[in-house]
Design a protein around this ligand. Structure first.
Ligand code: WT7
Length: 646
């Protein structure tokens, strides 16, 4: 924590889209008269049939419902493409930068993106995809990923994008969960000079999930991959002869737009469902205000399309606003640690939006990697995915941004659809490490464990007391789980599962997850998911997984494993277990530490005391708290003694 405050500079105060006074006035209105506020904000979207009703929502169990603009109709693909053609058909929509800078970069204008999307939308239809069908997308960071998403939105199909770092097993489970019978993929992806065998992964996934009848495969690296007769077709072949026009489907505001799987406290990832109208308004509005976005800006969100950040702030928000987007296939450290800054200079990027983990990884390599670049085009910097530590914040601000660019530290979740807490450039003084102030329409409360609302400066659980347009509408295929997961902890409110502190200036500081979710490099992992993978091994009898602090990743995965009688935990087993987790979930879930434990600390009723396991993983054993309820207190000493030196 730091007490530093960076006031709004004169230059920003004079030129900001929203200044401090406007923020206050708009925020007030959004809370006092949401109907009028959202009626006005919704005009940023072109509606086919205008809505009459704005907000019809309740978080109470008896009449629980979330409806926004619900009698309006629209098409989000048309909002992202068609309506820009007249004024900016020739403006770049995507500057695509390949993994290897020696390969050829691509530019797609809005007209190109429109035509590619229409062709692919027609191809989807020709392959039997209809409104409401689920389409699984498993693609690398190439323009076709955006094309595939926008094509689904165009014909009213519901996309489910699976991050290319997920394993065949995880991919297969997600295909099955949403009952999708078509998969869009590529031969291979590329990241940091390595290839990812996407098509081979799809083949493996489909060995166990056989009802998929169609795989459309983009040739990206040109690798020689087997094609299954009757099931697999080339993207090029699929779009060949398809017209470059496709009438957008008229969608109701509350029709599903996409499903995106994310981890929670339980073993099974949940399919977060977002709908069309409210999400469109929310992502367009937040993209504009959070980043002080202006026409002509070159905007770069360095996230992956496989996460909500990619959905909301590479695709829907920026395209709805007609932005020029940089899309990068690669990683920050390839071919060297100056790659990000090279890209900023190459495309004259005005807004860079990235994650603290990337900043920490670059920061520790030293400032010499910044020196050959100017980054003079930068105007606004963004941070997302986890709390940004003040050291990384200061480096981002002073070194990357030359002390000129406000940092939008955007707190939000897959569930919230878009930004919920962030300082607005030019409106808010900045406090390094604080996500700062609520977005318009966001009503926050901090509660203690008993549910009492805390006032003034305080710390507790962060809840949201009223609906906002970008909110998720359900868990795909499991209506009850939606209410139980988010609205039952504190009656009548949405519980974020994040801890939060509010300071005397009303600034919000996110302290991290309060549930069994680990944030590894900004990626959400459920401890239960990793545990389920570990216990699949025949030599494992029990496993408990907790977070450990990690210098670059923010958090790492720390596993306690007990073996079955007669088996000793050794390095061979350790390697097998890591392989198993990577097989079940993917490389992003690789355990940092596996500690073999003779037993796990349990209460007399058999409940694992995770608090103790967390403390040991954090190497903070001076304050273990009350261990008197443990069935066998000696276990704790054995665990401390057996902690590997990491
Ligand atoms: C969790 C949501 C938001 C899109 C990417 C992650 C943490 C996210 C911040 C931030 C502190 C943050 C929270 C949240 N988180 N942004 N700026 N400051 N914490 O989405 O995978 O749904 O994860 O990420 O713990 O609950 P997600």
């Amino acid at each position: 924590m730091t007490n530093k405050v960076y006031p709004v500079s004169d230059k920003w105060a004079e030129n900001a889209l929203l200044d401090a006074g406007t923020y206050e006035e708009k925020y007030r209105r959004s809370i006092d008269d949401p109907d009028a506020f959202w009626r006005e904000e919704a005009q940023r979207i072109d509606w086919i049939k205008p809505f009459t009703e704005v907000k019809d929502t309740s978080f109470d169990q008896a009449d629980f419902r979330i409806n926004w603009f619900s009698d309006g109709t629209l098409n989000l693909s048309a909002n992202c493409l068609d309506r820009h053609l007249a004024a900016r058909g020739d403006q770049p929509a995507i500057y695509w930068e390949p993994d290897n800078p020696a390969d050829e970069a691509r530019t797609l204008t809005y007209r190109d993106l429109y035509e590619e999307t229409c062709r692919f939308a027609n191809a989807l239809k020709a392959n039997g995809v209809k409104k409401g069908d689920r389409v699984t997308i498993y693609l690398p960071m190439v323009p076709e990923a955006a094309v595939a998403m926008l094509a689904c939105a165009r014909i009213g199909a519901v996309h489910s994008v699976i991050f290319a770092g997920f394993s065949p097993e995880a991919l297969g489970n997600r295909i099955e969960d949403c009952d999708s019978d078509i998969v869009i993929t590529a031969d291979e992806g590329k990241r940091g000079g390595k290839t990812i065998p996407l098509k081979a992964n799809v083949d493996e996934a489909l060995d166990h999930h056989a009802h998929v009848s169609r795989v459309i495969m983009l040739r990206h690296t040109g690798a020689d991959v087997p094609m299954k007769q009757g099931r697999d077709i080339d993207w090029a072949e699929a779009v060949n002869n398809q017209p470059a026009e496709c009438e957008p489907e008229e969608m109701n505001a509350e029709d599903p737009l996409f499903i995106l799987y994310t981890s929670g406290s339980t073993g099974k990832p949940k399919g977060v469902l977002h709908t069309t109208g409210g999400y469109a308004v929310w992502t367009s509005m937040t993209h504009q205000y959070s980043f002080d976005y202006r026409a002509g800006d070159v905007y770069w969100c360095a996230a992956d399309i496989g996460w909500i950040t990619g959905h909301s702030y590479i695709v829907y928000g920026p395209f709805a606003n007609g932005a020029t987007n940089v899309m990068f296939e690669g990683v920050p450290n390839y071919p060297d640690f100056s790659r990000f800054w090279q890209i900023v200079d190459k495309y004259k990027v005005s807004t860079l939006y990235t994650a603290p983990t990337a900043l920490r990884a670059l920061m520790r390599e030293g400032d010499q990697w910044l020196e050959s670049t100017s980054r003079a085009s930068l105007r606004v910097l963004g941070s997302v995915g986890e709390p940004i530590n003040p050291e990384a914040w200061e480096w981002y601000y002073h070194k990357v941004g030359n002390g000129q660019c406000p940092i939008a530290d955007t707190w939000w979740q897959t569930e919230t659809g878009g930004h919920m807490i962030t300082p607005l450039p030019g409106a808010h003084a900045l406090k390094p490490g604080s996500a700062s102030k609520p977005m318009f329409g966001v009503k926050l409360q901090i509660r203690d464990a008993e549910g009492t609302v805390l006032e003034g400066a305080c710390e507790g659980g962060l809840v949201i007391t009223d609906s906002w347009p970008g909110q998720m509408r359900g868990i795909y295929g499991d209506a009850d789980r939606f209410f139980d997961t988010y609205f039952s902890a504190f009656k009548g409110t949405y519980f974020t599962s994040d801890g939060c502190r509010r300071d005397e200036d009303g600034y919000y500081w996110i302290t991290g997850r309060m549930d069994d979710v680990i944030n590894v490099s900004g990626h959400r992992m459920g401890t239960a998911e990793v545990e389920s993978a570990l216990v699949l091994h025949e030599h494992v009898s029990e496993a408990a997984v907790v977070a450990m602090p990690h210098e670059v990743k923010g958090q790492g995965i720390y596993c306690y494993v007990t073996t079955i009688a007669g088996v000793e935990g050794d390095d061979t087993l350790r390697k097998e277990l890591i392989k198993l987790v990577r097989h079940e979930i993917g490389p992003i879930a690789s355990p940092e530490v596996i500690q073999f434990a003779p037993a796990l600390p349990k209460t007399r009723s058999g409940k694992i005391m995770r608090r103790i396991l967390r403390k040991i993983a954090e190497n903070d054993t001076s304050s273990l708290g009350d261990t008197s309820t443990l069935a066998d207190p000696e276990v704790v000493d054995q665990l401390i003694a057996g902690r590997p030196d990491v």
